[in-house]
Design a protein around this ligand. Structure first.
Ligand SMILES: C[S@@+](CC[C@H](N)C(=O)[O-])C[C@H]1O[C@@H](n2cnc3c(N)ncnc32)[C@H](O)[C@@H]1O
Length: 225
C-alpha cells in the first residue's frame, strides 16, 4: 500500500475522534498553535487563503479568526475528515484533492498554510513546490509541524510521553492503536527544522525562517514567494 493510501485510510478511520485527540495530546493548546501560525500567514482583507490538508478545518477557521473577510479554501483527500469540518465551518470552501497535485490555478492565493501534515506526505519538497505554485508573488507560506525537542532532560521526558504514554492513550480513546503508534514514528522519521527550511528555499521561497513553539515540540515555518 502506498503512503498516501495508508494515510488517507488512517485519517478517515480516526476522523470522529480526531479533534478530541488533538485537544488531549496538546493539553488543549492545539487551537492556540494554529492561531499563532495563522497570524504569521497575515491573511489580507478580502484576500484568498488556502489550507492544505485541512482535515476537520481548524487551521482554515483560524485564518478567518485573524481576518474575517478572507475567503478560505480547505483541501484534503480524507473525505470523512472534511465532512466533519464542513459541519463545523460552513464558511470554508472544502475541496477534495491531493496536496501534491493541487487542482488549483497558479499564483492565485495570498497565503497558503498547512498544519500537522508534512511528515505524512511522500514528497515534502513536492508539497512546498505546489504551495509555491499556487501563491501570488509576495504570498506567504506557513507550515506547522510537530518536532522533537532538543533541550537536555526535557527531550527525554517528552520522549517518554510521546513514544509510550500518548500512543496508548490515543489507541484507547480512538480505538485505532495503529494510528497513534504511527504518529511518534512519523515525527522521528521527519526532517529536522533546518532541513525543512532548506527544502522551502530549494523550491524558491525567500526569507524562510522557523521558530519553535510549545517548548520545542512544534515548529512553525514561514516563507515568501
Ligand atoms: C494530522 S491531520 C491535520 C489536519 C489539519 N491540518 C489540522 O490542523 O488539524 C493530517 C491531514 O492531512 C491529510 N493529508 C495527508 N496527506 C495528504 C495529501 N497528500 N493530500 C491531501 N491531504 C492529505 C489527511 O487526510 C489529514 O486530514
Amino acid at each position: 500500500m502506498s503512503k498516501a493510501s495508508y494515510v488517507r485510510a488512517m485519517f478517515n478511520g480516526i476522523a470522529p475522534r480526531y479533534d478530541l485527540m488533538n485537544a488531549v495530546m496538546t493539553l488543549g493548546q492545539h487551537q492556540t498553535l494554529r492561531r499563532i501560525a495563522a497570524r504569521l500567514a497575515r491573511p489580507p482583507r478580502d484576500g484568498r487563503a488556502l489550507d492544505l490538508a485541512t482535515g476537520t478545518g481548524d487551521f482554515a477557521a483560524a485564518l478567518r479568526d485573524i481576518e474575517p473577510s478572507v475567503r478560505v479554501v480547505g483541501i484534503d483527500f480524507a473525505m470523512e475528515m472534511m465532512r466533519l469540518g464542513q459541519a463545523k465551518y460552513p464558511a470554508t470552501n472544502f475541496i477534495a484533492g491531493d496536496m501534491l497535485q493541487l487542482p488549483l490555478n497558479n499564483s492565485y492565493f495570498d497565503c497558503a498554510v498547512n498544519g500537522f501534515v508534512l511528515r505524512n506526505v511522500a514528497d515534502v519538497r513536492g508539497a512546498f513546490a505546489e504551495m509555491y505554485r499556487v501563491l501570488k508573488p509576495g504570498g506567504r507560506a506557513v507550515s506547522l509541524e510537530i518536532t522533537t525537542p532538543r533541550a537536555p532532560i526535557w527531550k527525554d521526558v517528552f520522549g517518554i510521553y510521546f513514544d509510550h504514554i500518548m500512543p496508548r492513550l490515543g489507541g484507547m480513546l480512538s480505538g485505532k492503536p495503529d494510528a497513534y503508534r504511527y504518529l511518534p514514528q512519523s515525527v522521528r522519521a521527519f526532517y529536522k527544522p533546518e532541513q525543512v527550511v532548506e527544502l522551502m528555499r530549494a523550491v524558491g521561497f525567500r526569507d524562510v525562517s522557523f521558530r519553535w513553539l510549545m517548548l520545542g515540540t512544534m515548529a512553525v515555518y514561514v516563507g515568501l514567494k
